[in-house]
Design a protein around this ligand. Sequence first.
Ligand SMILES: [Fe+2]
Length: 331
Amino acid sequence: MPTAAVPAPVRRLDADHFTELTAIAAELLDIHSSATSPALLADLAPACRRLSRGLHDALRPVDTADGLFVLRGLHIDDTELGPTPGHWSTVGEAGALWDVVLLLVSALMGTPIAWDGQQDGRFVHNIVPSPGHERVQTGASSSVLLTPHTEDAFHPGRAHLLLLCCMRNHDHIATTAASIRLTKLSDNDTAELIRQVAPILPDDAYEVAQQFGGKPTPVPTLFAGEDGLTLRFDPAYTPLGEAPESWRAAYRRLTDELARVSVAVSLEPGDVLVVDNDMAVHGRVPFTARYDGTDRWLKRASVRVPGRRTRPETEAAEHGYGQAALEAWAA
Ligand SMILES: [Fe+2]
């Protein structure tokens, strides 16, 4: 996908806020020993209430038409981090402090969620290139373009916000993002894409959901919300060939528009890219994995924002392919 060299909006955390955040994260990790402890998850909300008003303000949700911002100001020491794992399942407690920092940032913005069927139900996923997965359409890939998509687009319980925290990115591999609010679509195309025409199937990160026996549910691609258009888009997992030509033409024009407004963000260690999952799609450019312990490594968290009205009410009736989101407070 062509990308424009437009920088994403950057919010800077000052040194005091960095110190405050990492001190509380270290305290939580010290008490609970593991970043995956359910008791730690339960302690996130009370810990957030101890954080300063300045930090709460710095970590407010996305508030621009870009549908994203980069939070900059966390400092990660590459030499202390240890090698990039070769697969999410071998991460263990590597980078655990940053898991907790990311969970605190997530908890300030809403409710962190996880999935039973993905990465063993962890609330912070590790995105690393994995041998044998080079060409799949998941975060474990490398040599193919990761097509722009809504995260967990197949599911009505998907995140409102997606947080990608960069641990390491020596080769400056760009994450791409494109906001529906910056596209220009005709009224006819918008009306076409608001119709429920094609389903979005579970992606390759959800093996159990892919075995679900129920009938796929057609979903709208666009939704005209109170504040403007939102989208639900994952062409790699949408059976486009079964849709009528008029709809496919509108979908192609949307795809072209998203490519036109796309930005390429090369994350630096400590950067947290916050993407509004209703306003913007995200992807990644192709790269050659190193597989030597120095590969690109991101940590990912997903957040639901209570009371949001950015999706059609028809989503409430969807089966979600048998998957259910787990909420941090109830975990
Ligand atoms: Fe994604």
